[in-house]
Design a binder for this molecule. Structure first.
Ligand code: SF4
Length: 68
């Protein structure tokens, strides 16, 4: 997994705006719940990580230091 969603930071009370910045449609959300990352689709661009105003989308620790 390259991106994780921190449920302590995501308020889960709105449509996730980061879904729109993902170039490959890897982010999905049911209603206003916690967004999900599709690891098969994610290309590790971290646009969502930079975009999320709550800092809820985070680079997973596995890839720390590996950032392009
Ligand atoms: S890192 Fe890039 S490809 Fe992966 S979910 Fe975030 S915006 Fe989409």
């Amino acid at each position: 997994m390259s991106v994780v969603v921190d449920k302590r930071k995501c308020p889960q009370n709105h449509k996730c705006p980061a879904i729109k910045v993902c170039p490959v449609g890897a982010l999905t959300q049911e209603g206003i719940g916690l967004p999900q990352v599709d690891d098969q689709k994610c290309i590790d661009c971290y646009k969502c990580v930079e975009f999320c105003p709550m800092g809820a989308l985070q680079q997973s620790e596995k890839n720390e230091g590996n950032r392009k």
